[in-house]
Write a protein that binds this ligand. Sequence first.
Ligand code: SAM
Ligand code: SF4
Length: 492
Amino acid sequence: MIEDFQLKMHREMIPIEEIEQTLKTTGDVSAREARSIIQKAEGLKGLTPDEAAVLLQCRDKQISGLLYQTAKRVKESIYGNRLVLFAPLYLTNTCINNCLYCGFRRANRTLERRVLSEEDIRSETETLIRDGHKRVLVVAGESPRECGIDYLERAIKTIYSTKIGHGEIRRINVNVAPLHIGEFRRLKAAGIGTYQLFQETYHLPTYQKVHPSGPKSDYHHRLTALDRAMEAGIDDVGMGVLFGLYDYRFEVLALLYHARYLEKKSGVGPHTVSVPRIEPAAHAPLSTNLPSAVSDEDFMKLIAVLRLAIPYTGIILSTRESAGLRDKLFHIGVSQISASSKTYPGGYTETSPSNNPPISPFNKGGLRGIWDKAGFERGQFTTSDLRSTSEVIRDISQDGFSPSFCTACYRVGRTGQEFMDHAKPGHIQKFCLPNSILSFKEYLLDYGGEELRKIGESLIEKQTAAIQDAHLRKATLKKLQEIEMGKRDLYF
Ligand code: SAM
Ligand code: SF4
């Protein structure tokens, strides 16, 4: 049951009637108006929800082309051509909820449940470090008894303390069920970067239908989680919608209202936005029977609109999407990407080449993986981009992007408001390009094969030459030399 005061607060945060009215009145706006909204977005001041609604509903192909080109320019002028890489690390698949779309739901009786031990976590971390990763996103089902805050603190400590040669994880972001304020304080003290939580759907009746039981059925507790996280001192928070549950146009506008609400309340909006689309999952009836499927075309459009609407917010794209579509989306606004992800606990260790994993007969391309009897991967959901991390890095480098493993901002305290203060006058560009070059150099030396090193070195040369400030260029060249000599973890 949702209480009256909760409904009132919900309306204040997400004005549902207003969103529905906006969608009605902006459905047939002229191409001329859409064009002028896109032009305005070039100024990097964002869009109002009404303006976003116009672009989301515009079906004119020429306008879509203009939208994509502008999203690309907006991204480049704020972030340059960097793509930041990370990998999810699942700690457990135990869960007391029953989300109709998820393979970890309690009602999935055939799934073998597992909570990683300290030794397992170390082994997963080592495999990710050997793959070149410096950032992980800790993910877990909701199981307060086995995976409560004490367990999370220990897991974070284990991940940060795992080192192999020069390799280590330097930033841990977290995507776990909503916590109470004291627990958020402990997460902050454990040294996390971003706390992410997806509302899944902002449409209350749909939310209630797809979350039939367990603590997640409390919409209000979830909607207010990012407020608690910020109050607890976590100033980088990430939000998201699970696309496929309800009308994507409503969801994008609701997310924009949520972002505005946070910005108004605490002076800073979300650090990142994630855009997961529902993928097939074992024993999750709704995952293969979507109430509101989002086509690739609409998905591209909504990402470009988000880029224009909240230009200083990172957009995260996971391996749920296919390699072909991801490669297109990298050009229209995405700034952080995962690679070679495993979506179940222990996945990296089990499938690492040294363990000689079996080849799944169900897997596309005959790649190695683990599956269940129904032919699904035993992950939380199926992933589509099955490229290895080094393949993703090779492909994006050849496409002109600068792969980045940088974690500098968070480690020197450029987070929350401080991050925005640097971002808005264009300082991200100034620090981030050299930092991405330095972190890529480390990757190439420590983990790159011969072919990748060749591609990467030539990219580094070009990008260093493109640093406009002569002092900064010189300082970057000096740091690159130091990395060649064996120093690591250098940044501005
Ligand atoms: N269990 C916590 C929760 O639900 O908040 C932590 C995050 S959950 C492990 C990670 C996210 O996976 C969910 O928030 C949901 O958006 C997404 N997800 C669940 N099932 C999915 C599916 N079938 N396809 C794509 N994404 C899915
Ligand atoms: Fe549990 Fe999260 Fe999956 Fe829901 S989405 S069943 S809460 S792991």
